[in-house]
Design a binder for this molecule. Sequence first.
Ligand code: AMP
Ligand code: MG
Length: 437
Amino acid sequence: MKPPPLRNDCFAMPPGVDWTPVDDALDVLRQGMRVVVGHQEVRVPAAGGRVLADHVIARQPNPPFSNAAVDGYGFAFSSATPATPTVRDGVDRDRNSVVTLPVTPGRAAAGAPHGTAVPAGHALRILTGAPLPAGVDTVVLEEDVSSDGARVSFRAGLRPGANTRPAGEDVRAGARLFESGHRLRPQDLALLTACGIGTVPVHDRLRVAVLSTGDEIAEVGTGRVSAGKSGAIYDSNRPMLLDLIRGWRHGPIDLGRVRDDPGRIRDALDRGAEEAEAILVTGGASAGDEDHVSRLLKAEGELQTWRVAIKPGRPLAMALWKRRPVFGLPGNPVAAFVCSLLFARPALRVLAGEDWDQPSGFRVPAGFSKRKKPGRREYLRARLDGEGRAVPFASEGSGRISSLAWSDGLVELGDGARDLREGDPVRYLPYSGFGVS
Ligand code: AMP
Ligand code: MG
């Protein structure tokens, strides 16, 4: 069962739009995306990180039976009357009343239930996790009793049902545990299992192909080309993007790197469309002489070039290649990273069956001042200092790859923001909110 591919016009901007505000670009992207992967049933232990293809209902209550929450003695609350009856409504009026109960033979333990009913006015040795036998609804903690072996005594004042876990107090049978589109976390597997669920319907993993383009791009460590000689630079984008995709729990597919050559780019995109449901390409996305990616996508792939009003980031090329969405990202690693977090991440989530998601951020005081041009959104690579203020990397230059490694998040300066003074509130988006850890 596989849904049909995306529509051809899914990336179209409204006519007349020149520099598109980030939010408008995100709106268009959001409207064009929907799930493109099929689904399958998998066993719960293997379902971590997978996206639910349907909601899940609890088969069994949790806990499945009423049981003891502590080691101690179980009895029927209504039959445990203190010697001096000063307890009313579970409250010991003179704080001195004592209950004494004869101990009935046997015990109840986890996995070893007590087979017979406990007579009224008697207590039974009971251990944590043991099912409450008939005739027991309340447990007194072992440390709160004195015992001569035949009887136990304890202070009155327990509430009815104390130290027990009633069946279904956590989850009722039939309760909705998770919605379709939820990506399962380790603790979710615990809940599914507790509620008797052995398999779940999950989406197939979204495969995302990554391609680097550029005549200058060289592989590190091959020994054949060294960066610096004849203008070569190492391919920083591919290891970064492949690892981002892995971290987002999609299936990364490495298409390698190709020269600025339309034929080779075409072949690589064909391979990407064959092996993956989405493609990330870096380099060649502008309108320059050697920007063959955008030219090719325009000629053969329903290109929509977006001039997004964002820094860092130049035109973002969105296209369908053989009906697979292609994200043409800037070649510059800093811009490629920021644009991947902002645009590729939520779109890939939807393609994979998850919901569209805004990164979570919070307001902090700026630990810097800055003059900013209004009319575009800016993202600064930043960290929080000891006082919780956001400090940006020393240089804003988008060639500063070290700023990515130095930073823990982005400071978002709104489209309309102008001069910023130290102490002004700014929005800080930690990388963890983008699923980068
Ligand atoms: P482009 O988008 O092709 O105009 O490239 C913009 C800048 O990013 C140029 O300085 C390129 O050399 C650089 N660049 C492109 N691709 C990569 C890459 N894979 N790794 C590092 N830098 C790159
Ligand atoms: Mg280039």
